[in-house]
Design a protein around this ligand. Structure first.
Ligand SMILES: [Zn+2]
Ligand SMILES: [Zn+2]
Length: 293
């Protein structure tokens, strides 16, 4: 059985919430001896062209990717969340999508048209949330919030601003009292389902993989059965946050149900000693689109 540490299929740049530019990340991938790399910024494919060029210059194979923010589709179990040290219920499920180097043009065009409102809505939504926070008497300057986000803005940036302004003690308090799902200042938008997103990705010749399955508080077997029913192709069994034991368990379950697995560092920045790559995975369990890249 061939194992390889040269795949990294999950990472972020300044096109979403990462702290490195595409070029800086490509340098790091090369340094960590990653030879098959996918860039998966949140809800945007804006980095693809730069990344294709950067990967090519460094002799790295590039897989166009994106991490899609989808709906929560199964109820979470608080005990499982706690066991996985998640202090908050999931507000969305993340679906990784991978495409051939040259996706099917009509399919890709449709996918892009579907994707762009999901991405472009981030700013108006944040402005609405800030309005609500202000209406509760907590003064927050929108510019301050946006200046904290290098790429796309999100609720953690606002939570930081609320802490610094002294409106709440911690970021967790900001979410628990005000910003979390179902809390008074959150603004919810409809999110796509896994099945809808997967159908669009398939039409462009791509495949999908559920990101970081341990974040959702769902029993793995139930989760994998749901993925199967939603036409999701793979599961990110080898995510950086998973213990060896968890990787093994997910890998075996995926085999039982005929799903492929993917591997990803979910690299955002060097904070906490993070680095991309360096995650051994069984090559034949990867989706064919990846193993044959
Ligand atoms: Zn994610
Ligand atoms: Zn991610």
């Amino acid at each position: 059985m061939m194992w390889s540490s040269s795949f990294d299929l999950h990472c972020h740049t300044t096109h979403s919430d990462g702290s490195l530019s595409v070029d800086e990340l490509a340098d790091e991938m090369a340094k960590q001896q990653v030879s098959v790399w996918s860039l998966t910024d949140h809800d945007t494919i804006a980095g693809w062209d730069e990344a294709k060029q950067a990967a090519g210059e460094r002799g790295i194979k590039f897989v166009p990717g994106v991490e899609l923010t989808c709906d929560v589709e199964l109820p979470w179990n608080n005990e499982i969340l706690e066991a996985n040290s998640r202090n908050r219920p999931p507000s969305s499920w993340h679906l990784l999508a991978y495409f051939p180097y040259d996706p099917i043009p009509e399919g890709l065009h449709k996918f892009e048209q579907w994707l762009s409102p999901l991405h472009e809505d981030r700013v108006p939504r944040m402005l609405e949330i800030i309005d609500k926070v202000n209406a509760f008497g907590m003064e927050i300057d929108a510019e301050d919030v946006f200046s904290r986000a290098k790429g796309s803005v999100g609720r953690p940036h606002l939570a930081m601003a609320m802490v610094d302004a002294g409106h709440v003690k911690t970021m967790d308090d900001a979410f628990e009292q005000w910003l979390g799902d179902g809390r008074p200042c959150n603004v919810e938008r409809p999110k796509p389902s896994l099945a809808e997103a997967s159908a669009l990705v398939h039409a462009a010749g791509g495949i999908t993989s559920l990101a970081h399955p341990r974040y959702y508080g769902v029993d793995y077997e139930t989760l994998i059965q749901h993925l199967k029913a939603s036409n999701v192709d793979a599961i990110e069994a080898f995510h950086r946050s998973h213990s060896d034991d968890e990787r093994h368990r997910l890998w075996k379950l995926a085999q039982t149900y005929g799903l492929a697995i993917t591997v990803g560092s979910d690299f955002h920045s060097f904070r906490g000693g993070h680095r991309p790559g360096n995650m051994p995975v069984v090559v034949k369990s990867l989706p064919e689109l990846i193993s044959s890249a």
